[in-house]
Ligand binder design. Sequence first.
Ligand SMILES: [Zn+2]
Length: 87
Amino acid sequence: MIRLILYGILFYVGYRILKPWVASLLQSNKEDVHGQSSSQEAELIRDPQCGTYFLTQRGVEARIGGRTVYFCSRECRDKYLVSHRET
Ligand SMILES: [Zn+2]
C-alpha cells in the first residue's frame, strides 16, 4: 500500500517536471507566431500628414472620426487636425 502511494507521488512529481518541459517545447513551436505578433507591434506606419515612416510606439496617437491615426509628431497631428476641420 505504501509502495502504491510512493509510485503515485513519483508519477505526480514526474508529471510536474515533464509538464513545463512539454509546454516549453510547444511554445518553441509557436515562436514564429509570437515573432509575427511582436513585429506587428513594432510596425512602421506612415504619417498621413508629412509621409514619414515611423514606429507605431513612437508615434503620436489621435482619434479622428472614431479611427485611431498615428503621426510622427504633435506638430503633424495638429496640422492634420486643422486641415481636416477646414475640409
Ligand atoms: Zn509627420
